[in-house]
Design a protein around this ligand. Structure first.
Ligand SMILES: [Mg+2]
Length: 239
């Protein structure tokens, strides 16, 4: 058996899971953008975001949630205006403590690359590529990633097969020689296995129950990584 590539989910996988108050993220934006009407604006942004994530879930990723900018455009916000950019900066400051890489992430990716494996990222996200790249550069992961697919840039999302094949194509590998690592049994593990990848589950995320479809008891990961460095041992066993 050959393992030529390992593809990682981002949130809850390369970063430890954090419970996030999703209203608070939007209040951080709104109180900068429009202090007088901050609460109402935050509620509308949250409702729009939730509707987009719900549509993505309900279509099994056939429709991605789209790009963050769309939430602002739907509010009539000029995404080039200084007022918006200042508020966006407050939003990103809110997220900063929650996007720190797992301390195992860099040594894990480096060990895999040292074995000749290519490393990919496939994230269901509304964030633009630039936000993700800033976070990876901050945590010294940017040089360790060969290809990254962000669903904010494409019309589909995990668990849709096309999301997985896009990152395989970018890495120049086939599904059967690729391992996927993720924290969600449906989006990540079942989705990767359905395209023919082996899937490793990181089992520590407290995923909200309304984001978990029924039938997950039928999903069995090929391996479980209790910490990220376990992925190296698991891959060694498959090589
Ligand atoms: Mg995740």
């Amino acid at each position: 058996m050959t393992v030529r590539a390992v593809v990682f989910d981002w949130g809850g996988t390369l970063t430890p899971w954090h419970d996030i108050d999703l209203y608070a993220q939007w209040y951080a934006y709104a109180v900068e953008y429009d202090p007088v009407n901050a609460s109402a604006l935050a509620h509308r942004l949250l409702a729009n975001e939730n509707a987009r994530w719900s549509q993505q879930r309900d279509t099994a990723g056939a429709c991605s949630a789209g790009a963050l900018d769309q939430l602002f455009l739907d509010e009539g916000i000029d995404v080039n205006a200084a007022r918006h950019l200042g508020a966006l900066s407050a939003y990103l400051d809110f997220w900063a403590p929650h996007t720190q890489a797992d301390p195992d992430a860099a040594p894990t990716l480096a060990a895999l690359r040292g074995r000749g494996c290519r490393v990919g990222v496939l994230s269901n996200t509304m964030w633009p590529r630039a936000h993700h790249e800033e976070v990876f550069a901050r945590d010294d992961l940017d040089e360790l990633i060969d290809a990254a697919v962000y669903t904010s840039e494409i019309p589909v999302a995990k668990p849709h097969a096309s999301a997985f094949t896009l990152v395989l194509d970018q890495l120049g590998v086939t599904a059967s020689e690729t391992v996927f690592v993720g924290d969600r049994l449906w989006d990540d593990i079942d989705g990767a296995q359905r395209v023919g990848m082996r899937a490793v589950w990181v089992p520590h995320s407290a995923i909200p129950t309304d984001q978990v479809p029924a039938g997950l008891d039928e999903v069995t990961p090929d391996a479980v990584a209790h910490r990220l460095l376990d992925v190296v041992t698991i891959v060694d066993g498959w090589r």
